[in-house]
Design a binder for this molecule. Structure first.
Ligand code: ADP
Length: 251
């Protein structure tokens, strides 16, 4: 629709602007970081002012992290959509996910045994799952349960089968006001330094690009479910072709 188009154009413009700024910003930060390092080294010998320099370094590192995220948000040129099995992508992220989740949060992966193949850049799909998982963890400061689940979804508008990837948390949930603004670039309710407000805007753009959508269900005080719905790839997918090639030893 026209509104979606306008939203996409806005994202594109913000992305370009952010990418340009982030790039210059990163160069400046590199200078700050390297001088802080030199200073910290010299001050160590004299035994003074170390904490202050450490604070500068920590702040510069945080800023560099933000610049990196901005760049990732703006950089859309190295994307290679392929047919990927969602189960394999998520299994490949297990270690990262377990590291992300604090001990107070139970992580459950409920992945469909059947191969669910979608056409998307695997790195971007990982980014979407990461963004949703980080938000879920942030919504559960007192612990809870994080479920990542895949299933064959209902047929989409065009009658093609879909894949549904759910990221569900038992956290704070959100108000209607937040719910309405979630996908806006730079919208965040997190304290400065913690949130950029780009996670969901980026995820939304990635999923749209792959022909899908993200639905949100949330009950304040009870938790939220983010549901990524993507069309399944056509059966003649390269994943299946590759998988049907037997791997043989030397005989
Ligand atoms: P950020 O995480 O940097 O704030 P996002 O775009 O990822 O940016 O999220 C925007 C806002 O949406 C968050 O600040 C938060 O208020 C809300 N939000 C996202 N996911 C959840 C969730 N699982 N539970 C509650 N609120 C959420």
């Amino acid at each position: 629709t026209e509104q979606q188009l306008r939203q996409a154009q806005k994202l594109e413009a913000v992305g370009r602007l952010a990418g340009g700024i982030a790039h210059d910003f990163n160069n400046v930060l590199t200078v700050i970081q390297s001088y802080a390092e030199v200073l910290s080294f010299e001050l160590e010998e004299r035994g003074e002012g170390r904490e202050e320099v450490e604070a500068i370094r920590a702040a510069a590192d945080r800023a560099a992290g933000l610049a990196r995220q901005l760049l990732a948000f703006a950089r859309r040129d190295v994307i290679i959509p392929r047919d990927v099995n969602v189960r394999e992508v998520i299994l490949g992220m297990q270690l990262i996910l377990r590291r992300l989740v604090p001990p107070s949060v139970d992580l459950a992966l409920e992945l469909d045994e059947e191969p669910l193949v979608v056409r998307i850049d695997a790195g971007q799909l990982e980014q979407v799952v990461m963004n949703l998982a980080i938000n879920a963890v942030d919504a559960m400061p007192d612990g809870g349960r994080l479920v990542v689940k895949t299933s064959a979804g209902p047929a989409g508008d065009d009658g093609r089968p879909t894949m549904t990837l759910e990221v569900a948390d038992s956290g704070t949930g959100m108000s209607d006001e937040v719910r309405e603004r979630l996908f806006e670039p730079f919208f965040t309710t997190k304290p400065a330094g913690r949130g950029t407000g780009l996670g969901l805007a980026t995820s939304y753009a990635i999923v749209r690009e792959a022909g899908g959508r993200i639905d949100v269900h949330s009950v304040p005080g009870d938790g939220s479910i983010f549901r990524v719905v993507l069309p399944q790839a056509e059966p003649s997918s390269d994943v299946k072709q590759r998988r049907s090639t037997p791997v043989r030893g030397i005989d």
